[in-house]
Design a protein around this ligand. Sequence first.
Ligand SMILES: [Zn+2]
Length: 132
Amino acid sequence: MTEIDLKAKARDAMANAYSPYSRFKVGAAILTEAGNVFTGCNVENISYGLSICAERNAIVHAVAVEGPGMKLKEIVVTNHNENGDSGACSPCGACRQFMIEFSSPSTQVTYPGESGDVVTTVKKLLPESFRF
Ligand SMILES: [Zn+2]
């Protein structure tokens, strides 16, 4: 699976986003160490705090299928802002913490930046993650 395929899958998932409140559609596609691809989109709720991001949606699906040993190899996020502003947006703090739980130091994440896609690692996005 190449990054381009993951981006296409993220876009497909994004088309199914339920985002009537923010009008900000997000799609995520993840490749697991086992070689499976899972996708997710953001699903908002009128009780805003119940909304879930595309990244966590995809990870939850991956765990449901592969089990608690699921490990992330790569994550690609895409979005479309129906409000017309830039779509540049890095994963939120909750998703960063959620991603790192299932990541290795080399797990790659790609997201839309101000001047094209940003490719980095989950570890760089959240160098001091919560642990106990
Ligand atoms: Zn998030």
